[in-house]
Design a protein around this ligand. Structure first.
Ligand code: SF4
Length: 288
């Protein structure tokens, strides 16, 4: 059984057919239609990464010290700062010119809104926090955490998690680009829907550092309906909450394995929910 990630689970929870095509047969690739959210997500990380370089030399020294205590110095960086800068400039140029070329693929209004929100995020020191340091003491832009958990039968399950932000309280946050605002009532449930990721990133912190993070959250850059960055947090998690998330993670892996063995990939999510075909990037290939 290979390493499992949240993004893989997210796809399986939404649509088993899409999961099958991407991870079982490995044929489908995102292309053509609406890639704006994907590109925006990439651009968001890259642009924020560039700004982090300057910021980290000043006000974040306390965070760096806190992270040193957790011995992150051997972690491997995703990208080095100079490369990051080149990438960020590249992404900025790319989505600006794409917006001029095609209003269908890149909504210029989103780009304007996106840039405005990124600038606002950069001005807000709370979201300028690094997830770790590399071996040279430079800031990481993403912390990869591999861990193994046991289910109730004592079987081992391997997972991998990427943390965008780990603040000085060791609370993990994830940057999100989204077509619309998240719903705080339903999207903060750590065992279901989008909130499941909140639980898995809290588990990753717990497994790596052996502390229950005080909070776990999303920093959301919505495509429409709002000019503000939306921040959703869950606090007050307990060891028992994390144990429930872990059981669910193992259950999802087992369920996926069952579907693989049966070669059973219906057009519905892993819990029987109907897939959101309207917004699916594989709609043309899928044929529904
Ligand atoms: S179009 Fe619908 S059924 Fe097909 S892969 Fe996408 S979500 Fe699944």
């Amino acid at each position: 059984m290979g390493k499992e990630s949240f993004s893989k689970h997210n796809i399986a929870l939404n649509c088993l057919k899409q999961f099958n095509e991407q991870y079982n047969k490995g044929r489908w690739e995102a292309k053509g239609t609406d890639r704006s959210a994907l590109v925006m997500g990439d651009a968001l990380h890259q642009v924020l990464d560039v700004m982090m370089r300057d910021y980290v030399n000043g006000a974040l020294s306390d965070v760096i010290d806190a992270l040193r205590e957790f011995e992150l110095s051997r972690a491997v960086p995703r990208v080095y700062p100079d490369i990051v800068k080149e990438h960020a400039l590249h992404y900025c140029r790319m989505y600006q010119s794409a917006a001029k070329r095609s209003k269908d693929t890149f909504d210029p209004a989103y780009i304007t809104r996106f840039e405005w929100m990124v600038r606002k995020a950069m001005a807000d020191t709370r979201w300028w926090v690094i997830p770790g340091l590399n071996e040279f003491g430079e800031p990481l832009t993403e912390l990869k955490v591999d861990f193994t958990i046991k289910n109730a039968l004592g079987e081992d399950f391997e997972f991998t998690s990427k943390l965008d932000i780990l603040d000085h309280t060791m609370s993990p946050y994830d940057y999100k680009t989204s077509s619309e605002l998240f719903n705080p009532k339903s999207d903060c449930n750590i065992l279901a829907g989008k909130g499941y990721q909140l639980g898995t990133q809290a588990v990753a912190v717990y497994e790596k550092f052996k502390i229950v993070p005080p909070k776990t959250g999303f920093i959301i850059f919505p495509k429409k309906d709002a000019l503000e960055i939306q921040v959703l947090r869950v606090s007050g998690l307990t060891v028992s909450d994390l144990a429930n998330v872990k059981l669910r993670m193992c259950w999802i892996v087992n369920t996926l394995e069952w579907h693989k063995r049966q070669n059973r990939f219906p057009m519905q999510g892993i819990e029987g929910t109907k897939p959101n075909c309207m917004f699916c990037q594989f709609k043309s290939e899928c044929g529904v």
